[in-house]
Design a protein around this ligand. Sequence first.
Ligand code: TMP
Ligand code: ASP
Length: 234
Amino acid sequence: MKKEMLYEGKAKKVYATEDPEVLIVSYKDDATAFNGLKKGTIVGKGAINNRMTNYLMKKLEEEGVPTHFIRELNDTETEVKKVTIVPLEVIVRNIAAGSLSKRLGLPEGTKLKKTVLEYSYKDDALGDPMVNDYHIFAMDLATPEELNLIAKYANMVNDYLSKFLLECGIVLVDFKIEFGKTSDGTIILADEISPDTCRFWDAKTGEKLDKDRFRRDLGNVEGAYAEVFKRIMG
Ligand code: TMP
Ligand code: ASP
């Protein structure tokens, strides 16, 4: 049973339940980009992101990555383990795109010789600045042991998802994940894995099948979300 709303983010709401260790996440159709500057609606996104995230988290659990997923309640709502979010956006990149292309002058689509792991400090007022392990330890955002585990899980997520998605005709260009800490201090995968938080390119045509269609006004945003959903969920 949903109790009071604890938090409303740009794409999700979080509710308390009777169990202090359990929360309910409710996915919205609202879309934002550029730190909330651009606003819109992607019809059906809430249901797609909820169901896709749950499907992929279940698979990742089987691969040995602990996640916050408990059970799907309906199309847009899911019960998750309560965590304190580690205030880092963990970004994994296989192919140059987006902010990495801009920063380093690498054309979008350049295959990276080695997978790149980046961290951003989750702070909207600061625009989520990139940080390295020194900043993370200096600010006590995570301990060395926690960051080791986060990096290990991020690589496991990348290895599993890249392979699985390619079988669905999708290239995993890059993605952002977040981790949380349960009340006993265990680090688990939280947040979502969806076209909002990943770059998905059609393996044959290179067509963008993710939120870049919204960010860059490429059109057919809903169509791209539906296509990815169909390919992954069958
Ligand atoms: P970037 O190239 O803009 O830094 O984005 C890297 C990846 O992170 C990309 O898959 C989109 C995702 N992302 C988010 O999930 N949330 C964000 O706020 C941003 C900026 C990117
Ligand atoms: N979700 C982020 C925002 O609204 C940015 C993004 O996904 O591009 O700012």
